[in-house]
Design a protein around this ligand. Sequence first.
Ligand code: GLU
Length: 317
Amino acid sequence: MSGVCGRFAPSPSGRMHLGNVFCALLAWLSARAAGGRFVLRIEDLDTQRCKPEYARLLEEDLAWLGLDWDEGGQKGGAHAPYFQSACGEFYEAALQKISGRARVYPCFCSRADLHAANAPHLSDGTVRYSGRCAHLSPAEAEALRQTRRPALRVAVPDLDITFSDACRGVVTQNLAGECGDFILRRSDGGFAYQLAVVADDARMGVTQVVRGGDLLSSTPRQIWLQRLLGLPQPHYAHAPLLVGADGVRLSKREQSLGMDALRARLTPEALTGWLAFLAGQQPAPAPVSAAALAGRFTWDRVPKTDIIVPAELMGNS
Ligand code: GLU
């Protein structure tokens, strides 16, 4: 096997839908086309929303599609654990390291504080942190600690992070201007996605990260954390988003595109044929197996912008 390692890192907060399996197929093809191994990591940090039942179903849905993995999920492997809910000690170690290399400070802001009317909104709809708690004196922080458990935030520098994305081309983001100080650990003690994903990708030897374009704006933060921690930077590819005819991103609400509905009306090859067509890998949505696509996959043919899902596949026509 080549030194390439790809991964699929779903959150088991519901049954997969078309958008999830589109990303899964691209991640799998990208790794397999390079002769790489493939890891399935279950991102179940949000214990309120994630359910073991969904994790089981997503393994079953991936297997149904013909997407296999060398390690991860129930199968385990050399880099276990593969369930983020079991990885706390690794996140704690990363947090300690970051705290020694950057300013990590307690943040007492409530959700309402963060979404105050004048809070600057970022391109992805999230809010850039005002830096309010960065200026608390130790005495003020101590007083607030009596009433509220703080989140932990890391202060970012005024630094441009630039990376080359296999799908989007060169991407640049200024950390202070476009992102702001971000959370490493939530007030409920849970570790934040940005920290967990960096620690896990490095621990599992991941060399290529393929995921949905909605996470593009997270990548500069993750690259900055990798640099702080002295970790290698994987190659990135952010897949185009699947949208409806109205240009609005498909969501789990579209029941006809949930895996239960898709499996009821399509064979694995028929669904893969559609996904491969949407991904620019074949000129028509002819049935095909994932394995047959692996030998001819290339990012060059994947569309760079949102993809409208045809009515025929929506199942409404
Ligand atoms: N767990 C994230 C999701 O389901 C993906 C994280 C990643 O691929 O980095 O959207």
